[in-house]
Design a protein around this ligand. Structure first.
Ligand code: ADP
Ligand code: MG
Length: 976
């Protein structure tokens, strides 16, 4: 195939520019006539060699002419013609697979081939990048090629208005970040109320750049558009002082136990010492003495041994007893916090049961069995117990959050405090993420701990995970330098296969063995020494860190050593790209978190290859091997020389929590490791990798779980969004209204009549409060007909009345009103549904304790709730049908009752404000991109019960929603 493409490229050389360009137009024309997508794909496969050759040929022409243009306001000269391996990469992408191509292999250029080919269909081809800067850079850079060939290219940027966005989407090819694409989808489908307001035009073909980062690293963070929640129940302020005391007591207790343990160790009673320290670990995983003891191989082994032995089945009871000696226990790995009997008594001496959940199922059974109670009393009793349980759950949840906030979340590690706000620091990139919040009250707990203002919880208005957004595409492809280690996950979850493309030139990088130290301090000293070595001989060094703090620490150390350097934190993409691009110059030292400057190529300066090329120095092994590979891949591009080495210490989180501690300790003993000494051996790298694999596996399961839950919501969202779009697109919304009548009226009739004792009076009452029919018992004659006949009778009456009403009004106004009625019902109830689903999701975990699979429970309940939602939407439509059309005043009232953004949309003077999210637009993307729960095992530690809220009711003294101007109690409320 590659040969064929190159032959064609050879042939095309004789064509004029116009003749080459004419191919684009001819293919577009031809493909536009094929309406069957399947057939269209087949045709694309056929023209692939020619199309790729045309792109390559165009690139050659640009290079020969030294075509110059500007990219991100910098002058640029085109100097690339596709290599053979790039053609192979292009084919892989066209086939909807992941192309693994090492960093520096020119993936940006590779993507031009399939993007060009797939854009010929005229249905839009998207390229997804990791940040706005790269979107713009690549669109402008590759734009030279597309424009030459006669295709248009657009680029989505965060600050664009809807009109501009629409133009970008209308281009043949569109570049943008995943969150911009995702938010546009949510706004188009969840908020826009007319076709004109929508900006996207379908999901045909997308290539995701750095696909591992988006599908794997960000898999736990859905895109969320949210507004402030209407209810807030937290009591963090109230509990904070007590919890502070409790934490202090626990610290004292743990310190005492640790000193005792130290004595035991001194006396040679290693076993007791280990046991005591394990207790400290349970109660205070970050206890200073504990951390110090873990550095000592003997003690460390004793503690690990105690831990292992306690987790054997036979010692469950003992473990339980041990936990009861503490006030609470904290599990650092799973992020869980649990009160013991002592702790509960301390918090509430009068009622230690205040922090245990009642056994509702049992209580309900007992109530049911109680023959002295009437059904009504039983219901009442049950709802009392339910409410009691809700309160307990809320309280436990608050306490647990606070304990975690105090014991597991450290200031300046997981978060920083800035301008009276708690700002999350991304564990992967070290970036601060203003506007993002931990969900489920945890953020508020941390706010309480830090004594800053406790912000209101927000409520989800629309949400989707990035993964589900990408599933919308008919064909999806991805590219990255590092996919291989996660190939199984890509295959299982996303049905994406990974193809590893060989490099254009052989890789000349030398990967050295890890160097392992006892403590962080020793490790960092060694890091500085190695940096100095390279620096003295002018060899450039790129130092990778896993957090902003580590970067800053190293920077301070380098300053002391008077070694000039740059620090990148993935904050200013464009400037960082410039700094990174210079990281290959002689003598430069660049410190960078693993995300910073990603996607920018590091070219070696003059004389640098002779010095050994760029040296990459990792200061810590990351949880995922993939991220380490990525860091290594930053040097030795395109056959350049280069080297890499990682530094590890036993104090690193990875080693503390998942390290092959036992083995390591043994090795340390065997070698008799001394202060400042290091370990270095091939199979030590293996041990580290084993630990990494273990974390990867665990994180995979967490992601899979998240997606399983999200799948349920995804199907519901599809149904609702499809319906919503049908309403928006419909030329005759009345047919949709009539469909609602046809379905909802019979359902209501069944509710009243298909029961043991048909409730005719109730039915008539409902009819008269919903429709202006003025039915009486005599007029209706319901008793004389079957349920079906009654339904037909009523449907006829309602439609007739409706025709009469609307015949007085301006037809186009009626149409848009009809659309509004349905959209309004969908939006309002869907948002409530999202809220209830959130709560349900938290709630099912509680039931997990009752030996039921939370996912199955969730699916069943979610389904029921969805059926109820759809029925409610229809009922709401019926209700608003006549209330809103009767007169102008009513219409205005109706509009006033719509959510704010809908109003803005419609007001002719506010044309520019057409995207609902504009209300929140001054904030960074992050403000809308809530983190569902960035911690481990989202939701698992939650003990919230679902809170079902009844629909908001109109107050008796408020104006009646029908628009009569009278008080509700004197109008519609009189009969209700
Ligand atoms: P990747 O995304 O794979 O890491 P980039 O797309 O950023 O790589 O490209 C890396 C560098 O390689 C860029 O400077 C680009 O100009 C150069 N490059 C890519 N393909 C070619 C080519 N066919 N000929 C010459 N230079 C190329
Ligand atoms: Mg790239």
């Amino acid at each position: 195939m590659v040969r064929r493409i190159n032959e064609l490229d050879e042939q095309f050389k004789s064509l004029s520019d116009d003749a080459l360009r004419a191919k684009t137009a001819a293919w577009k024309e031809e493909l536009s006539k094929i309406s069957d997508p399947e057939e269209q794909w087949n045709r694309l496969d056929e023209i692939l060699p020619e199309a790729f050759a045309a792109v390559k040929n165009a690139a050659r022409r640009l290079k020969e002419r030294r075509h110059s243009f500007s990219v991100c306001d910098q002058p640029m000269t085109w100097d690339m013609v596709h290599f053979d391996v790039q053609l192979v990469g292009g084919m892989v992408l066209h086939r909807g697979r992941i192309a693994e191509m090492a960093t520096g292999e020119g993936k940006t250029l590779v993507a031009t081939l399939p993007l060009y080919l797939n854009a010929l269909t005229g249905r839009g081809a998207h390229l997804v990048t990791v940040n706005d800067y790269l979107a713009r850079r690549d669109a402008e850079w590759m734009g030279a090629l597309y424009n030459f060939l006669g295709l248009t290219v657009g680029c989505i940027q965060h600050d664009q208005e809807p009109d501009v966005r629409r133009q970008q989407y209308a281009c043949d090819i569109t570049y943008g970040t995943n969150s911009e694409f995702g938010f546009d989808y949510l706004r188009d489908n969840g908020m826009a109320t007319t076709r004109e307001q929508q900006v996207q035009r379908g999901y045909h073909y997308a290539i995701v750049d750095e696909v591992d980062s988006i599908l794997i690293d960000e898999a736990r963070t859905p895109l969320i558009i949210s507004g402030p929640a209407t209810i807030s129940t937290h009591q963090y302020d109230k509990w904070k002082p007590l919890i502070e005391q409790l934490v202090r007591k626990q610290t004292m207790l743990c310190n005492r136990v640790a000193s005792e343990a130290a004595e035991k160790f001194e006396q040679g009673d290693v076993e007791t010492g280990g046991r005591l320290m394990f207790k400290v670990k349970l109660g205070q995983p970050r206890n200073k003495q504990l951390l110090r003891m873990m550095e000592d191989p003997d003690k460390r082994r004793a503690i690990d041994k105690a831990e292992l032995s306690f987790y054997t089945d036979t010692r469950k009871e003992e473990l339980f007893a041990l936990k009861e000696e503490l006030f609470f226990t904290i599990d650092e790995k799973s992020n869980e916090a649990d009160l013991s009997e002592q702790g509960r008594t301390f918090l509430n001496p009068d009622d230690p049961n205040a922090f245990v959940l009642p056994d509702l199922i049992n209580e309900f059974t007992e109530i049911d069995l109680d023959t002295t109670l009437s059904d009504e009393e039983k219901d009442k009793r049950k709802s009392e117990r339910q409410q009691h349980c809700d309160e307990q759950a809320e309280r436990i949840h608050n306490i647990s959050n606070l304990l975690r906030a105090y014991c597991v979340f450290d200031k300046d590690v997981q978060y920083v405090v800035e301008e009276n706000k708690v700002v999350i620091v991304d564990e992967f990139t070290g970036r601060k993420m203003p506007g993002r919040r931990w969900s489920d009250g945890l953020h508020q707990a941390v706010e309480a701990k830090e004594g800053v203002q406790i912000d209101r919880e927000t409520q989800t208005l629309a949400t989707i995970t990035i993964q589900n957004y990408f599933r919308l595409y008919q064909k999806l492809a991805g590219m990255t330098g590092t996919a291989e280690t996660e190939a199984a996950e890509f295959h299982d979850i996303y049905k994406l296969d990974v193809n590893v493309i060989p490099t254009n030139r052989p890789v000349a990088r030398k990967d050295h063995n890890d160097r392992i130290y006892k403590t962080r301090r020793e490790k960092y000293n060694a890091v500085i020494n190695e940096i100095r070595e390279h620096h003295t001989k002018q060899q450039p060094v790129l130092v990778g860190t896993v957090s902003v703090e580590a970067s800053e620490l190293l920077s301070r150390m380098l300053k002391r050593e008077k070694i000039p350097h740059n620090v990148l934190n993935a904050k200013f993409h464009m400037q960082e790209a410039e700094i990174v691009a210079r990281a290959g110059q002689p003598g430069t030292v660049t410190i960078s978190t693993n995300m910073a400057g990603r996607g920018t190529d590091i070219k070696l300066g003059q004389g640098v290859p002779e010095l050994g090329g760029l040296f990459v120095l990792g200061t810590e092994r990351h949880e995922a091997r993939r991220i380490d590979r990525q860091l290594r891949g930053r040097c030795a591009r395109q056959g350049d020389p280069g080297g890499s080495r990682f530094y590890v210490s036993f104090e690193d989180d990875l080693m503390r929590n998942f390290g092959a501690a036992d083995r390591m300790t043994k090795i340390m003993e065997r070698f008799g490791l001394e202060e400042g000494q290091e370990l270095e051996h091939r199979w030590l790298n293996k041990s580290v990798e084993t630990a990494q694999k273990r974390v990867e596996q665990r994180n995979y399961l967490i992601r899979k779980r998240t997606l399983d839950f999200d799948d349920v919501m995804n199907m519901q969202r599809e149904v609702v969004y499809t319906y919503r779009n049908e309403v928006i697109d419909s030329e005759e919304p009345r047919t949709l209204i009539y469909e609602v009548i046809d379905e909802a009226v019979p359902a209501k009739l069944k509710e009243y009549l298909e029961v043991d004792e048909p409730n005719y009076a109730g039915l008539i009452h409902w009819v008269n409060t919903t429709f202006p029919l003025g039915l009486t018992k005599d007029k209706a004659q319901f008793e004389t007909r079957t349920v079906d006949e009654n339904a037909q009778f009523l449907i006829g009456k309602v439609k007739e009345a409706y025709e009469r009403k609307s015949s007085h009004e301006e037809p186009s106004a009626v149409k848009s009103l009809e659309r509004y009625i349905i959209l309004n019902a969908i939006d309002r109830l869907w948002q409530e549904h999202l809220y209830a689903m959130d709560a349900l999701r938290e709630g099912v975990y509680l039931r997990g304790y009752a030996q039921k699979d939370p996912l199955i429970e969730y699916k069943t309940e979610a389904y029921d709730m969805f059926v109820e939602l759809m029925a409610n939407i229809k009922n709401e439509v019926l209700h608003n049908l006549f209330r809103s059309t009767s007169n102008l005043q009513a219409f205005e009232n109706f509009l006033a009752s719509l959510p704010q953004f809908l109003l803005r949309e419609d007001a002719p003077t506010a044309r520019t404000a057409s995207a609902p999210a504009r209300v929140r637009q001054p904030q960074p993307v992050g403000a809308m991109a809530g983190v569902a729960m960035d911690g481990d095992g989202a939701g698992e530690m939650s003990i919230d019960l679902p809170v079902r809220r009844s629909l908001p009711k109109v107050g008796r003294n408020e104006p009646c929603p029908c628009g009569s101007g009278k008080k509700y109690k004197n109008c519609c409320g009189r009969t209700a």
